[in-house]
Design a protein around this ligand. Structure first.
Ligand code: ZN
Ligand code: ZN
Length: 341
């Protein structure tokens, strides 16, 4: 079978490899689609810890082709989404319910072979059923949606909340939709790219702003801004230092800023603790998808989250290394690697 392998920093190739054999608790899954994520680019550039050689791809779904001898509740032919983040269940964080902080965390597509391949092994405890009638491309959105859900949960969005989403990539555009579903009545998306602002408004944002056109703090939280004084919740979905700073300033006194974006390891920013203290702004970070994958799968299955319009293009495994090793094209939201192409 074919697989896209990270063989070292800056070394990414699609190769012929052996088809994996499922262990007793594994599902052998024929990958239908696997999303390219910013984390894959960080891994390629050595900006995120990894363990090459390894097959990348952590946002995948597909059809079960074989099951191990101890598997129950799944059958050959079922469509599943895999939660890539495998917690040990025994360390001090796991036993306290903080599985995303597991000391022995193993991620499919980062530490062990992932979904940029014809087939991937998924331990049964990491698999969640998807409907047979679902569009085969849509299951690949469960993982990013699950990460987004964790951030939305931490943000404490309530009916009537005001929310700013910084960043118009896939996480930002999913966050806009989840914030509306959670009951936010004001959802403002900030991104430089006009096509993404238009899309955000079509997906439920009540307004969108171009941070390069004017001072975004004034435009949103200033006396004559869209929400004078700031918003209840800011979701930083860009993974950029500048937007993390903006997030703390756009939150109203007592408001919450949640960082979902992944900045390159080692990068630092400067913020003013006095300002955070004086306005008692909660600065919260949201890492991975603890216990949210089932809800994400249900949301995708329900069709309540629009994902079709987030697919910018579909590429084959042969084309995939060029996609991951280059920055995203302008206006691109999500590229799916489709092994069947
Ligand atoms: Zn990802
Ligand atoms: Zn653990």
């Amino acid at each position: 079978m074919k697989a896209m392998r990270l063989e070292g920093i800056g070394q990414l190739f699609t190769r012929e490899v052996d088809k994996p054999t499922p262990g007793p608790d594994d599902l052998l899954v024929r990958v239908e689609a696997c999303g390219v994520c910013g984390t894959d680019r960080h891994l390629f550039h050595g900006e995120f810890p990894s363990r090459p050689p390894v097959t990348l791809g952590h946002e995948f779904s597909g059809i079960i082709e074989a099951t191990g001898s101890h598997v129950s509740g799944f059958a050959v032919g079922d469509r599943i989404t895999g939660d890539p983040n495998i917690a040990c269940g025994r360390c001090s964080h796991c036993v306290n319910g903080r599985v995303n902080l597991c000391r022995n965390l193993q991620a499919i597509g980062i530490h062990r072979d992932g979904g940029f391949a014809d087939y991937v092994l998924v331990p049964q405890k990491q698999a969640f059923l998807l409907p047979a009638e679902l569009d085969p491309m849509h299951g690949a959105f469960c993982e990013p949606l699950a990460c987004c859900l964790h951030g939305i949960d931490l943000a404490g969005i309530q009916a009537g909340s005001s929310v700013v989403v910084l960043g118009g990539g896939v996480i930002g555009l999913l966050a806009v939709q989840l914030a509306r579903l959670a009951g936010a009545t004001t959802v403002i998306l900030s991104t430089r790219q006009a096509s993404r602002r238009t899309l955000a408004e079509e997906l439920g944002a009540t307004a969108s702003v171009d941070p390069s056109a004017a001072d975004i703090i004034e435009t949103i939280a200033g006396p004559n801004g869209l929400v004078p004084g700031g918003v209840d919740v800011v979701l930083e979905c860009a993974g950029v230092g500048e937007t993390v700073i903006q997030a703390t300033k756009l939150a109203r006194p007592g408001g919450t800023a949640v960082i979902l974006g992944v900045m390159p390891q080692g990068e630092t920013i400067s913020i003013e603790p006095f300002d955070l203290l004086f306005r008692e702004v909660k600065l919260v970070t949201s890492f991975l998808n603890p216990f949210t994958h089932r809800r994400a799968a249900d949301l995708i299955a329900s069709g309540k989250i629009e994902v079709e319009r987030l697919i910018s293009r579909k590429v084959s495994l042969a084309e995939a290394p060029a996609v991951v090793s280059n920055p995203p094209a302008k206006g691109e939201v999500k590229v799916l690697v489709v092994p069947g192409l």
